[in-house]
Design a protein around this ligand. Structure first.
Ligand SMILES: Nc1ncnc2c1ncn2[C@@H]1O[C@H](COP(=O)(O)OP(=O)(O)OP(=O)(O)O)[C@@H](O)[C@H]1O
Length: 625
């Protein structure tokens, strides 16, 4: 299988604003070169080395011609002095050529890796600013592939195809020029032999693109089937469907195998055609060359040199189809990476975009003000929030409740400026300290003073302490242990195998769901925000962890403004204020006591909670976010 066959497809691609799928290859390359100054800077020197390398290759045929015509078959007898001189000169040129090729490879490797590392870093950084991350969450994998496998694909092509393409092109041009100087008749003959191959290569290139397209799809199928069976291993085992899953994987592997064999057959045909035409050209040159020699048109040395040159000419033509095919794939990958970098972030840091109009948030607990805010996930879609107009005072614990899909998470994302409203304004501050519109708040100030604790409390594969340190870098393990102590969690830390230095495993899987939440709460606590947005977990936890969590949350929220997306009515009952969101609108507002007896959405939610309260407390609105 060639390199082209090793990559996975990405059918479930995420569409970015301004994606340019139909852009021509040259336009993409120009756009890419503009974005990779490191690569551009190295190009002239690399081209010069390529020129030396290719020029060096034609020295040998020329020397052979000179040795035969002017050294060995000289009318006055062999001139061994000239032969020795030519052989030595050839040896020197061969060494210089080898050094030039080596230097060119190293340069190309270094400049492409430096340039691609820069590209990858830019793409990664940029991805974090794209609101598409929050709006099309299910397709994050595709974005990841753009900044990983697409860049890898480009790197492989630039180092392998780039070297081959550069040398081949130079070799082709120089060999043709020298051939034309020796004999225009034989040059035309060689070109005539290769014209049909040129057409065949074009046809083969299209077919190769198609067959390797199928191979990539099949690779994607295999990866999809395998990863699904690994991720869903417990479900597979629980339902005893191991055989069925294995059959699915076997079938995907079989389809991949068939597609690969099919693709290899085409690749083999390309090489055979090249070999055939090369043999044909050599034979034609020998026959016609001898006839021309007999007619006194060319010398024996020229004929031998010509046969060398034909070999130099053939190699690039043979590799052209593979390089072309690789180039098609690489340019497609390049375009996908460039589109990520070129996509305009909807939410920009004013410290960068409008440095003249940037503010810090006032210190101390922050209030939240929504001024006629409407948000749509896409133009023309039903508003997820509609005309929300309210002020939440600082230091209050506010519970946001509502049916599933009513707009609670959207509200939280707007407060933390993961997205900007489609209409209206969100402001943070207080009557005393003043209100600042979110688009004018520097990200550094916003991220330091407003913290969101997501429902799943994502943990990194590190220790408990490392995960907490994300909240405030530089804290010592002892300070982190102290923070757990303040949150009333010292007994829990003591129960861990290695205290705060216990490793949590990938995504925190060595801890229970409730314990992961405890770490997430500690992380928010050490960040010491002025406004907290909590997305309450819906997963049931054991009573001991539940008690710890309640205690830790009380300590965390003490004295801070807190917005909790509440899935348990017990949280709403304890809140200073309840916001009831219903189909994108704030339908009710007040304390639990004020709302519970009023006919409305809150009373209905409460009643449904009461009905199911015989068992575990039911999440408000049923389904988890
Ligand atoms: N990324 C998205 N793209 C498009 N529509 C979305 C997206 N996220 C949410 N929505 C839609 O916006 C509306 C409000 O969703 P939101 O997530 O705010 O609801 P929620 O009240 O938090 O629900 P839950 O309790 O289930 O988490 C829903 O109709 C939902 O389908």
């Amino acid at each position: 299988m060639t390199r082209a066959g090793l990559r996975g497809g990405s059918d479930d691609d995420v569409l970015l604003p301004g994606d340019r799928r139909d852009e021509g290859a040259l336009t993409t390359l120009r756009r890419g070169l503009r974005m990779m100054p490191e690569f551009r800077r190295g190009l002239p020197a690399t081209f010069s080395l390529a020129l030396i390398a290719t020029a060096g290759r034609v020295v040998v045929p020329i020397a052979v011609q000179q040795v035969i015509d002017r050294g060995l078959t000289r009318p006055g007898g062999p001139d061994m002095g000239l032969v020795t001189w030519l052989v030595l000169a050839c040896a020197v040129v061969v060494v210089i050529t080898a050094v030039a090729v080596y230097r060119m490879n190293v340069r190309l490797f270094r400049t492409t890796e430096t340039a691609l590392a820069g590209l990858r870093v830019r793409a990664f950084r940029h991805v974090h600013d794209l609101s598409v991350l929050h709006q099309q969450g299910q397709r994050r994998g595709s974005l990841v592939s753009r900044v990983t496998s697409d860049v890898d694909q480009l790197s492989v092509f630039m180092q392998w195809g780039g070297v081959l393409g550069l040398v081949s092109l130079g070799q082709l041009v120089v060999a043709t020029a020298v051939m034309a100087v020796y004999s225009w008749q034989l040059t035309l003959l060689v070109l005539a032999c290769f014209v049909p191959l040129g057409f065949a290569v074009r046809w083969f290139a299209k077919r190769l693109a198609r067959v390797y397209g199928v191979v990539r799809e099949r690779v994607g199928d295999v990866l999809g089937a395998v990863s699904e069976s690994v991720v869903g291993a417990s479900t597979v085992r629980a339902y005893g469907v191991g055989d069925r899953t294995a059959n699915r994987i076997d079938a995907a592997i079989d389809r991949h195998y068939r597609a690969s064999v099919d693709a290899q057959k085409t690749t083999a045909a390309v090489f055979v055609s090249g070999e055939f035409v090369a043999a044909l050209a050599n034979a034609a040159v020998v026959v016609v060359g001898v006839l021309l020699g007999l007619a006194g048109e060319i010398s024996a040395g020229t004929l031998v040199a010509f046969l060398f040159l034909v070999t130099l000419f053939v190699a690039p033509v043979q590799t052209a189809s593979e390089v072309l095919n690789e180039a098609q794939n690489a340019v497609a990958g390049f375009r996908r990476v460039l589109d990520v970098i070129d996509a305009e972030p909807d939410v920009r840091d004013p410290a960068i975009s409008t440095p003249g109009r940037v503010h810090r948030l006032p210190g101390g607990p922050l209030g939240v003000r929504f001024e006629h805010v409407t948000f749509r996930y896409s133009p023309g879609a039903r508003p997820a929030l509609e005309d929300v107009d309210l002020t939440l005072e600082p230091r209050r614990r506010v519970a946001i409740v509502g049916e599933t899909g009513s707009g609670k998470t959207t509200f939280a994302k707007l407060v933390t400026r993961l997205m900007d409203p489609s209409a209206g304004r969100v402001l943070l501050g207080s009557d005393a300290a003043g209100w600042v519109p979110l688009p004018e708040v520097a990200f550094a100030s916003l991220r330091a003073q407003v913290v969101m604790v997501p429902q799943d409390g994502f943990l990194f594969d590190a220790t408990v302490a490392d995960n907490v340190r994300y909240g405030r870098p530089g804290m010592t393990d002892a300070e982190i242990a102290e923070a757990f102590d303040h949150l009333g969690l010292a007994d829990w830390v003591a129960s861990l195998e290695a205290g705060v230095t216990t490793a949590v495993g990938q995504r925190g899987e060595s801890l229970s769901a409730g314990e992961r939440q405890l770490v997430a709460v500690a992380r928010a606590y050490v960040a010491d925000p002025d406004l907290l947005v909590l997305d309450e977990a819906t997963s049931a936890v054991d009573p001991a962890t539940e008690r710890r969590l309640t205690r830790a949350l009380d300590a965390l929220t003490d004295g801070r403004t807190t917005l909790t997306i509440a899935h348990r009515l017990s949280t709403a009952e304890r809140a200073d204020e309840v916001l009831v969101v219903d189909r994108g609108r704030v339908a009710q507002r007040g304390t639990h006591a004020e709302l519970v007896d009023v006919d409305g959405p809150y009373a209905r939610l409460h009643a449904s909670w009461r009905r199911s309260s015989a068992g575990e407390p039911e999440p408000v609105g049923g389904a988890p976010s």
